[in-house]
Design a protein around this ligand. Structure first.
Ligand code: NDP
Length: 434
């Protein structure tokens, strides 16, 4: 705390992980030796740099960009890039810290990183976004490499932005090795990667529900956000027979008691992905109820899937969900629940899947994209999807293994933190002090 007083998100993430590891470390004191915990909370490298670029009118803008290379203990640094005005060192350090444990959970050899910029792509032309991405890569390229650091997308960074950055990387290095995942299919992308986080989240939910002999069939589901993760969570939840009654963005929530259909989802994707519009435009198109400034958590549901951003679900919202009978909360976003909200869910013995386990399908499929690129062989859709399902099942099994309590309750927070920690910590111990 003394070192990072101005980094509340980072401190929150460290607090969440360390408090859930405490009993385990007390029982296994070798994990507290050699400064291991002190090393684990300090990124291996944190890079901050200036990005100067020119808009369509010839005016110069200066943004701040970062890459946090948190841990390479189990493999090359890996984690997304985020473009959003709220991006700062604290948010990216929390995301890189989380990513380290998440990547360990996937069973694939990937270290943890995160990066991004306070650049706001909303309202910018394609040419402006491209020039920004290229200007950013002029600095970032020297810190990346297929065995060093492999970024991907996140909020505000989709296939278009990854394409611009990967293209500039190739130009600057004269090397076509895989240094981004989430690429377009025409230049090395993997089938199922765009769907992977949302699909993986719903596969994880099915596993969680199965521990209480339930399935998604006929359940009411709320989703927050309306971006990449939210869209494919809606699609897969529908495919499993759930009725999805909400989506949202930073301006408000759409409530649709009849539930999503594939046709409605196609409209939402058109509004968000083709026109870069707002959920209010989607509500207007289909004449649905839109509540400005509201989040979805007041709507009674069986399953809640926060898929927008960090700290979007606080203690009051958690209590309201519990009062309304929520059975399962699984996080598509990273740290969407505040510490208080997480305590409410665990205290009420709700099935609560934290992001580092429930949304790990995205980075897992990025790992599969790296494998395909190294083999120079693209896999079929079915093969990638089957591997994704297996990985989500393994992550769930690991959470159960480390998180089952004496009364049978599965604490997925403890399970995910402990399983991820053990893998990273063992690798750090084996490689000695550095
Ligand atoms: P997108 O940019 O596609 O969508 C983000 C969504 O969240 C939008 O609906 C956006 O609304 C909303 N949102 C973003 N910031 C805020 C904010 N400060 N307040 C309220 N709403 C906000 O991003 P993704 O779907 O890729 O990412 C969503 C979450 O999932 C993030 O937490 C990300 O870290 C996490 N994640 C993503 C993975 C991936 O594979 N993409 C993998 C694992 C986790 P608006 O348009 O109004 O800003």
């Amino acid at each position: 705390k003394a070192r990072d007083p101005h980094q509340p998100e980072f401190l929150q993430a460290v607090h969440e992980v360390m408090s859930s590891l405490w009993d385990f470390i007390a029982a296994h004191p070798r994990y507290a030796e050699s400064g291991l915990l002190d090393r684990l909370v300090e990124p291996e490298r944190a890079i901050q740099f200036r990005v100067a670029w020119t808009d369509d009118h010839g005016d110069v803008h200066v943004n701040r960009a970062f890459r946090i290379q948190h841990s390479s203990a189990i493999g090359p640094f890996k984690g997304g890039m985020r473009f959003h005005p709220s991006v700062n060192m604290s948010i990216l350090k929390f995301l890189a810290f989380e990513q380290t444990f998440k990547n360990a959970l996937t069973t694939l050899p990937m270290g943890g990183a995160k990066g991004g910029s306070d650049f706001d792509p909303k309202g910018r032309s394609r040419g402006e976004v491209m020039r920004f991405c290229q200007a950013l890569m002029v600095e970032l390229h020297r810190h990346l490499g297929p065995d060093t650091d492999v970024p991907a997308g996140d909020i505000g960074v989709g296939a278009r932005e990854v394409g611009f950055m990967a293209g500039m990387m190739k130009k600057l290095t004269n090397n076509a090795a895989c240094v981004f995942t989430g690429k377009g299919l025409s230049f090395g992308g993997s089938l199922i990667r765009p769907e992977a986080t949302g699909y993986g989240l719903v596969y994880f939910v099915e596993q969680m529900l199965a521990t209480r002999a339930m399935t998604l069939e006929g359940l009411r589901v709320s989703v927050s956000g309306s971006g990449n993760v939210a869209q494919y969570a809606v699609e897969k939840a529908m495919a499993f027979g759930a009725r999805v009654v909400t989506v949202s963005d930073s301006t408000g929530t759409v409530i649709d008691e009849d539930g999503f259909t594939p046709e409605k989802l196609a409209e939402l994707m058109d509004v968000k992905n083709v026109h870069y519009g707002r959920v209010e435009d989607y509500a207007k198109r289909l004449n649905l109820r839109f509540e400005a400034g509201k989040r979805p958590w007041g709507v009674p549901v069986d399953v809640a899937l926060p898929c927008a951003t960090e700290n979007e679900l606080d203690g009051d919202a958690a209590r309201e969900l519990v009062r309304n009978g929520v059975k399962c909360v699984a996080e598509g976003a990273n740290m969407p629940s505040t510490l208080e909200a997480a305590d409410v869910f665990v205290g009420a013995k709700v099935l609560y899947g934290p992001g580092k386990a429930a949304n790990a399908g995205g980075v897992a499929t990025s790992g599969l994209e790296m494998t395909q690129n190294a083999q120079r062989l693209p896999w079929e859709r079915e093969e990638v999807d089957a591997r994704l399902q297996l990985i989500m099942r393994d992550i769930h099994d690991n959470c159960v293994r480390y998180g089952r309590k004496d009364d049978g309750f599965i604490n997925y927070v403890d399970g995910a933190n402990t399983a991820g920690f053990v893998k990273v910590a063992d690798a750090m111990i084996a490689q000695g002090l550095y």
